[in-house]
Design a protein around this ligand. Structure first.
Ligand code: FAD
Length: 453
């Protein structure tokens, strides 16, 4: 087949973060592009991920503000009331606006939107709800889906997909899982008024992160009232008169209204017909791709959560641009996965970039660690006992700062700038000679002089 025999130059399966980015930018080069989407445009991030999660995190922040305002002289007339239905309604309206925005961006770029479930017929053909389309190149950007452990009664639990639209606000919530999604929901629902128990089968939260961050986060989350139980998991769920009874593996049982399984996500490759196109998975079930996101089949690419790298929206976007550059702009390049900053929107936030202390020790051997843990100025009057943690990890041989970690207000906002500094190879000396902004919490990052290790 030559190019003119295909319906499209580029056909994208999945209208989420990676798919929409790839489709739009490919179409802007003049390519004929289609994107197949089974549900709503915007994918996980817009519909059931980053965006609604951050909006709900803002909702939770107000609960803290009301509490803390008194110390600053405010009298809150009557006790502030939280209305779950109003939050859900306003969130849904905003998400619908974003769905439409994505649609108009694709329309403006002349991308044809194919509504329906897509699956491969062969390496150049996909079926979208009974209609066949051919394309010179096909991008799989189908994202991931939550995984629920196969325990008895697991069908009584929900995943993050359902949490934003729970019919009633859960007064008692069990979160199974101590990864970032579990921690965020535990934090948000606790601040909004739920009694939250969080079970984590490991001995710390967010195990992929720096250990100091994990420990500090657990301490702060516990202070805010979350009952975190380590080395514990749910073995069985059953319906009880008052809700759901969860049997834990320490012979305890608790009764809750909602059980959230935040127990990991799998690449969304089910019912995609990958075998018909001859596309291979790696051992995690993700589409196996090379550094340019090409699968073992030359006309098939994959980006975002459906492949095996870090599962973050900006990663899906950046990978999509590598594919567009290589296919439509004649620019071959490889994505740099070092120094990827990330935030967790717990209360308080976590922000991090670079290596954990353990990773730095493994890579460099001799590292210096600078750490400070303090009460933010605001909380001298607010009455809150919340503290902030900041940590720098430095390779002693080169003096380069290789890790910047924080737990505290606006950690995500603060760490973004430090990600640029780390990518630029900033040394500790450069941090030391940088003037701080006073009075801020962030100035501590340029004021730490004595290593603790
Ligand atoms: P997605 O955005 O998931 O898009 C995949 C799309 O493909 C979906 O719309 C789906 O309907 C469609 N699809 C799937 N199969 C088919 C098919 N066969 N045919 C047609 N369409 C199909 N990342 C961050 O960076 N920051 C955050 O704060 C953050 N918070 C998160 C919170 C939660 C609760 C979750 C679950 C995720 C969060 N993420 C966050 C991760 C982020 O959402 C994902 O990394 C990102 O959405 C991945 O983009 P993607 O393009 O790979 O897939």
């Amino acid at each position: 087949m030559n190019q003119s025999q295909f319906d499209f130059d580029f056909l994208v399966i999945g209208g989420g973060s990676g798919g929409v980015r790839a489709a739009r930018f490919a179409a802007q080069t003049g390519a004929k592009v289609g994107v197949a989407e089974a549900t709503k445009l915007g994918g996980t991030c817009v519909n059931v991920g980053c965006v609604p999660k951050k909006l709900y995190s803002h909702a939770a922040t107000y609960a803290e503000y009301f509490e803390e305002a008194r110390g600053f002289g405010w009298t809150i007339g009557s006790i502030p009331q939280f209305d779950w239905d109003t939050l859900k309604k306003n969130r849904a309206a905003e998400i619908s606006r974003l769905n439409e925005l994505y649609r108009s961006l694709l329309d403006q770029a002349n991308v044809q939107i194919l509504n329906g479930w897509a699956s491969f017929i062969d390496p150049h053909t996909i079926d979208v709800s009974g209609q066949r389309f051919t394309a010179e190149n096909i991008l799989i950007a189908t994202g991931g889906r939550p995984w629920i452990p196969p325990i008895p009664g697991s069908e009584l639990g929900v995943t993050s997909d359902s949490m934003f639209d729970l019919p009633t606000f859960p007064r008692r919530l069990l979160v199974v899982g101590g990864g970032y999604i579990g921690c965020e929901f535990a934090s948000i629902f606790s601040a909004l008024g739920a009694d939250v128990v969080q079970v984590q089968r490991h001995d710390r939260l967010i195990p992929a992160f720096d250990e100091d961050l994990s420990n500090f986060l657990a301490q702060e989350m516990r202070k805010s009232g979350i009952d975190i139980r380590f080395n514990t998991t749910a073995l069985r769920l059953e319906r009880s008169t008052g809700g759901i009874r969860a049997h834990l593996d320490n012979s305890q049982a608790i009764e809750v209204d909602v059980v959230l399984f935040a127990t990991g996500r799998l690449p969304a490759t089910r019912d995609l017909g990958l075998e018909k196109a001859g596309v291979m998975n790696d051992r995690n079930g993700a589409v196996a791709v090379d550094a340019q996101y090409k699968s073992n089949v030359p006309s098939v690419f994959a980006v975002g959560d459906v492949s095996s790298r870090q599962h973050l929206t900006p990663i899906a976007l950046a990978e999509a641009m590598v594919v567009v550059d290589s296919l439509f702009r004649d620019k071959q390049r490889v994505m740099d996965y070092s120094h990827i900053p990330t935030a967790i929107f717990t209360h308080p936030n976590v922000g991090t970039v670079g290596l954990t202390e353990a990773q730095a020790r493994e890579r460099f051997g001799d590292v210096a660690v600078y750490r400070t843990d303090f009460r933010p100025l605001k909380h001298t009057l607010s009455g809150s006992s919340a503290r902030t943690l900041m940590k720098l990890v430095v390779d002693r041989a080169s003096d380069k700062v290789v890790g910047v970690h924080m737990v505290g207000d606006e950690a995500g906002e603060i760490i973004q700038g430090f990600a640029v500094a780390l990518r630029a190879g900033a040394t500790k000396q450069l941090f030391d000679t940088t003037v701080g902004i006073h009075p801020t919490g962030a100035e501590e990052f340029v004021s730490m002089r004595q290593p603790v290790v």
